[in-house]
Design a protein around this ligand. Structure first.
Ligand SMILES: Cc1cc2nc3c(=O)[nH]c(=O)nc-3n(C[C@H](O)[C@H](O)[C@H](O)COP(=O)(O)OP(=O)(O)OC[C@H]3O[C@@H](n4cnc5c(N)ncnc54)[C@H](O)[C@@H]3O)c2cc1C
Length: 383
């Protein structure tokens, strides 16, 4: 067992650190003004980093998921909104690169260059955790497919050029015949409404999507849902298992950023004639934060190593995501406490981090649903 990063992985960490330094001063701006970090997008695009984990044959960077997430983790320490855009575009791209066909090549190449965004449209108002209950449907009509239905909580949906839409390819229930189809945002019948302002992560917007008799060419199908088979739903889940670790990694980055900030405070603020960092009670709080972070990081890196070795594990991905997101929330809360009043006011990084980190316990599979996954893996089949 070797816990050291490779030279290449260390290089990604260093690049991430440099970018985090660059992005830190304006992280509060995207939050306060609820503004997409366009300048950061452009910078990442200029550096060719928006498709870093996509295959080189499509113009991507050819980095492993571990390398990509090391970069994402570092950026999250300073600006989680920017980290999320790197993360999400690489996820959409990896789905298209793995499951798409020649007709998706142009979309993928533009995505890899950071010219466009492609969202994942999975959740529906009546099908959240119970994704199998989705009703959005696709029907064949000659050389075209016709899509009807609606999606919700669609991140980046206000900016996207296309959506990877999960839908039913037949009149079925459960996972049967669910598949995925690429729907360009400018097709007649595609519309969206903005969702209300959320608690944190203000640099990214979510939308409700509508598809009313939207026609797309047959080759837009990414994975066809086949009656009598759940393969269309299950196959890309492999990528989700892999990438939900990304949610953990971003939470981890925020937690590390919060701890770094708190350490600086403990080293400089004096009370009762001593530096706060001299009080053992506070050192112990800090030690508990470090233990949470170190443990979650090992779980995340282990899960990522399995992905890169082609052995994605639902169990290890779920363990990593739950440990990292739950642990990160606790760490950020404790770090805010270490700052006292200075942590609680708008404009203080800790106040923003507290709101940002909360999202990761919900997106990409909630803690409870992932614990169901872990529990089922442990108990096994009882019938
Ligand atoms: C900011 C944000 C961005 C998002 N971005 C996207 C996106 O880009 N694309 C997309 O498709 N989706 C997206 N989502 C949706 C996200 O994946 C869902 O919110 C999540 O899967 C939970 O679904 P729900 O909100 O409907 O909660 P519900 O399913 O209604 O669950 C409510 C609560 O009940 C618990 N629960 C439900 N069922 C069970 C059970 N069987 N056992 C135990 N507990 C249970 C849940 O854990 C949760 O605590 C986003 C969500 C948020 C908040």
């Amino acid at each position: 067992m070797d816990f050291t990063l490779t030279d290449r992985e260390r290089e990604w960490v260093e690049r991430g650190k440099a970018l985090a330094k660059e992005f830190a001063p304006r992280a509060a701006v995207w939050d306060e003004e609820s503004r997409y970090p366009t300048e950061n997008h452009e910078r990442l695009q200029e550096l060719g980093l928006l498709g870093i984990a996509l295959p080189t044959e499509f113009g991507g960077g050819g980095a492993s998921l571990t390398e990509c997430y090391l970069l994402v983790e570092e950026i999250s320490k300073a600006c989680a909104n920017t980290a999320l855009l790197v993360h999400d575009q690489n996820v959409s791209g990896r789905i298209l690169a793995t499951h798409g066909g020649p007709a998706h090549r142009e979309t993928l190449e533009r995505l890899a260059k950071g010219e466009i965004e492609v969202t994942i449209a999975m959740t529906e108002p009546e099908a959240g955790s119970a994704l199998y209950e989705m009703t959005t449907n696709v029907r064949r009509d000659g050389d075209e497919w016709v899509i009807n239905g609606g999606k919700t909580y669609n991140s980046f949906g206000d900016r996207a050029a296309a959506h990877l839409v999960y839908a039913r390819f037949a009149d079925t229930t459960g996972p049967d015949a669910i598949g995925m189809i690429l729907v360009e945002a400018d097709r007649p019948g595609v519309s969206f409404t903005m969702m209300p302002r959320k608690m944190g992560m203000h640099g990214v917007e979510e939308v409700n999507l509508r598809f009313d008799n939207v026609r797309v060419p047959a080759e837009n199908v990414v994975i066809e849902g086949i009656e009598g088979s759940s393969a269309g739903f299950v196959r890309p889940l492999d990528i989700y298992n892999a990438t939900r670790v990304g949610m953990g990694v971003m939470a981890l980055g925020i937690a590390q950023g919060a701890m770094d900030y708190a350490i600086e405070h403990l080293r400089t603020r004096r009370q009762f004639g001593r530096f706060l960092g001299e009080f053992q009670g506070l050192q112990w709080m800090l030690a508990d934060c470090a233990i949470q972070i170190e443990g979650a990081r090992l779980l995340c890196y282990r899960a990522l190593a399995e992905v890169d070795a082609g052995r994605t594990s639902a169990y290890h991905s779920a363990c990593a995501k739950v440990a990292a997101t739950e642990g990160a929330f606790k760490v950020v809360d404790d770090c805010l406490q270490l700052l006292g009043g200075a942590g609680y006011f708008s404009g203080a990084p800790l106040e923003r981090m507290m709101r940002d980190v909360r999202m990761f316990k919900i997106t990409g599979g909630t803690t409870q649903i992932l614990k169901n996954t872990i529990g089922k893996a442990l108990i096994g089949s009882l019938r």
